[in-house]
Design a protein around this ligand. Structure first.
Ligand SMILES: [Fe+2]
Length: 173
């Protein structure tokens, strides 16, 4: 699918790393006996930047979701891709950005996991969440929403998701 839609190697590598991080979080939910779709999480993570072959702006989430819809991909996966951009985009902001009137906020566990995992991966490197907070500050993005993303995941997981990811990633090296 990445080949078909013009993703370069960097995009594919990035998606694979995000999928590793997402799997750590999804598997922890599964281990706790919580409802989680491991397959949709993996597919969503692997395909989340498929829209970057078309556009580099925040619109790549929407473009990716439209590509996947056209390919008949499971709507769960489509929604993960549509909602991974920023730390969620409200309908009002979407209007300002000229995006069609969809909900772009990650809400389900699978959507939140992939959005958060993406925020911990720069290119193909897993790095502390704090670095993404700094990047948001520098760019004038909504830091509060980024912090809420992490807090909500932490409340749901009953564990610091960042600590878990960094620990497990180290363990695999
Ligand atoms: Fe993206």
């Amino acid at each position: 699918m990445h080949k078909k839609y013009g993703s370069n190697d960097a995009i594919v590598k990035h998606c694979k790393t995000v999928a590793r991080v997402a799997a750590i979080l999804a598997e922890e939910f599964a281990r706790q006996g919580k409802d989680i779709d491991l397959e949709a999480t993996a597919e969503g993570a692997l395909l989340h930047d498929i829209g970057r072959g078309r556009v580099q702006t925040v619109r790549h989430g929407l473009e990716g979701s439209l590509i996947l819809e056209g390919e008949g991909v499971n709507d769960k996966v489509v929604q993960i891709v549509r909602r991974h951009v920023g730390a969620g985009i409200s309908a009002e902001e979407a209007k300002k950005l000229g995006l069609p009137d969809f909900d772009y906020i990650p809400r389900t566990r699978e959507q939140v996991i992939v959005c958060f995992a993406d925020k911990m991966v720069d290119a193909e490197v897993v790095r502390p969440f704090e670095m993404e907070v700094k990047r948001f500050e520098m760019k004038g993005h909504d830091v509060g929403r980024l912090l809420s993303l992490k807090q909500n995941l932490e409340a749901d997981l009953r564990e610091d998701p960042e600590g878990l990811v960094l620990r497990k990633i180290k363990g695999t090296r």
